[in-house]
Each structure stands twice: as C-alpha cells, then as structure tokens.
Design a protein around this ligand. Structure first.
Ligand code: SF4
Length: 351
C-alpha cells in the first residue's frame, strides 16, 4: 500500500512543487546555506537573500575567504544572526579539516556549528542521496495526521521517525521524497483546513479517515512573550554618529548598534539613555529630541525602541576602537546592523 502512495507523493511533488532557486541544484554548499537561511524564515523572504548570497559567495571557498562582517552584512535583515556566524565558523572547519569538501556523513556533518539533525538530514538526502528522513514542523504535522497522533511524546516522535525511515527506504530519490513531504505539509496538509481532496497520501492517513484531520496534532497553547522598553542614543559629533559592535557571545553578536538598553524600574526613556551611555561608553550626554520609535519582535520577546538624538557633554569623548566607531549616515551600508536599528535609521537619519 505504501509504495503506491510513495509514487503518488513523488508524482504530486514533481507536478506541483514551487520553483525555488536551491531546487535546481544538488551542490551541498548551496543546499546547506539554503537550509540554514530557511530555519525560522519563510521561503519568500529567503529567496532574494539566497540569490544575493550565491552571487557574492558562489562557493564555500568564497565564503571562507570573506570576513565574518562581510557575511553578516549579506545576512542583514534576515534575523537569527547566530545562524550566519555558525555557518561562517563551519565553513572554516570544512576548509581546514575536510579540504574544503562538505563531509557526507551524519557524524562529521553534525559536528559542524549550526548543523543539527534536521539540517544534516536535508543536506545528506538532497546532495548525497542518503536515505535519512527530514522531520521539520511541516513533516511532523503531516505524520501526526497520518498516524493520528495528538501529542509529540518521545514515543510518538520515535513512531514518526520509524515510519518515515521505512518509507524513505523504499524510494530511489530520498532528496525528492523529503522535499515532497515538506512541500505537502506547507501547501496541502496545512494547520487549518488541510486540502485532503488533493492530497496524494490519503490512503495512508488515519486522521483523514476520522473525518476531522484538523484535530491532529492537538493545538499547543502559546506562551505570551514579554515586551521590553528600550532606549538608545544617536550621539552626534558634527556629521558623524557613534556605533558599537555587540560582543560575539550576545544575542545579535557581531552586529553593530547604537548605545542604549532596557529601561529599569521607574525610569523614563531619557534617563535610561543617559544612564546606559554612561555605563557603556563612560560618557555624559545631553539628550536632545526624540529621533524615532520602532517596534520589533524577536523569537522570545518584543521590544519597543525609542531613539534620541544626543550630544556629548563638554569634557567627554568616546574613542574609536575595533568595536566602536564614528560614522556618517552614508557609511551605514558598510556595517551589519540588526533590523530594529535599520528601522531607526530609516526614521531618524537623512537618506
Ligand atoms: S489526507 Fe489530509 S490530513 Fe491526511 S496527510 Fe493528506 S492533507 Fe493531511
């Protein structure tokens, strides 16, 4: 029974798959960067980033030879910057330890920074034709319905993996099989209103037989994420303003930012920016007018960010170092910034 569905699934995939630039290649470097970009990011957002990246760094050698800042600049706006830093470190390891050739075994691949079980399975199946199932959120949902699973307990996760492993074992093209399952989850077996009438694997689906597939898996109650008030300063010295680089180990590490931070208890935005600049730059500033107000959401929290134009008080200076610079607005494009900071620049600075 399964082989019929397997054929149906691949036939459906070849007739319906969306055109994506990384689907025209098996090059492991290109599949790798596409998979890293696609983590927590939608396909339509990734496509222009992927195309620009491949133009600028067409091979692993190009990425390895570039600086981390150059890679981060290309990543700017895509978010989750740790992905980019991990990718950069991993390309260095591939260059030094594997002669610049992406390793084709699970153990070596998963020893690289930023490559977990999912990404390794995707690269190994698509680029190296290995029969390893990819289990992303879409595939999990499809399989929860196929097996009529409500919750992803350890036992149920293992059931999903076993069934997928047996299915992929029977296919000649494991890369296409995995992509077909992900595409099915994304386009047909959607969280709400799955389009079962066009699904190629109805014959295998227990939830379909129950006539209420949406009940599987059970909905998880989302935790409310906190919102933080943050104040930052655009400290001017004639036509230049001050930026600093975040430490690598921090969230958004390696990116540049304006000095500032979270408001403390009973503090207003202006007091916060004065205090933060004193703490971070050892400098006193006069806080002038409000320059911008932006909202931004990260995976685990939101921020409401107020920016102020500031001026150094007499007697203070902030030196230029590797991690602190005075730049003109036209130099913004030379540094990688978090998206929230770019939103501030859009509102506050002349083009
Ligand atoms: S039959 Fe419906 S519920 Fe089952 S896998 Fe297909 S789309 Fe999903």
């Amino acid at each position: 029974m399964y082989n019929t569905s397997n054929t149906n699934l691949l036939k459906w995939y070849h007739e319906n798959k969306r055109d994506m630039p990384w689907r025209n290649t098996k090059n492991p470097y290109k599949i790798w960067i596409s998979e890293i970009m696609l983590q927590q990011t939608q396909v339509n957002t990734v496509i222009p980033y992927y195309n620009n990246w491949i133009n600028k760094f067409p091979t692993i050698k190009h990425a390895t030879k570039a600086s981390e800042a150059a890679l981060l600049k290309e990543w700017e706006g895509l978010g989750y910057y740790r992905r980019c830093r991990n990718f950069y470190n991993a390309t260095k390891i591939v260059a030094n330890k594997y002669n610049g050739i992406v390793p084709a075994d699970v153990k070596s691949m998963m020893s690289l920074p930023g490559i977990g079980e999912y990404t390794a399975a995707a690269i190994l199946s698509i680029s190296f034709n290995q029969r390893i199932p990819v289990i992303d959120a879409n595939v999990k949902r499809v399989m929860a319905r196929v097996l009529k699973i409500k919750r992803f307990t350890v036992r149920n996760k293992s059931r999903i993996k076993n069934v997928l492993s047996s299915w992929i074992h029977d296919t000649q093209n494991p890369g296409d099989f995995n992509q077909a399952m992900m595409e099915l989850g994304s386009q047909i077996c959607t969280p709400q209103k799955p389009k079962c009438f066009t699904c190629p694997i109805t014959v295998n689906c227990e939830a379909y037989k129950s006539a209420n597939p949406e009940k599987y898996p059970a909905k998880e109650i989302a935790n409310k994420i906190p919102t933080y008030d943050v104040s930052v300063g655009i400290i001017w010295d004639k036509n230049r303003f001050f930026i600093q680089r975040r430490e690598k180990k921090m969230h958004l590490g390696g990116l540049w930012e304006l000095p500032g931070g979270k408001l403390q208890n009973n503090e207003n935005c202006k007091n916060a920016v004065e205090r933060e600049i004193k703490e971070e730059c050892n400098a006193g500033v006069d806080v002038k007018s409000r320059a911008a107000f932006v909202k931004h959401q990260y995976s685990h929290f939101k921020i409401e960010l107020t920016a102020f134009h500031c001026k150094l008080q007499k007697g203070y200076s902030i030196p230029t170092t590797n991690s602190s610079k005075w730049i003109t607005p036209s130099e913004i494009r030379s540094f990688p910034f978090p998206k929230a900071t770019l939103k501030i620049f859009e509102q506050a600075l002349p083009c």
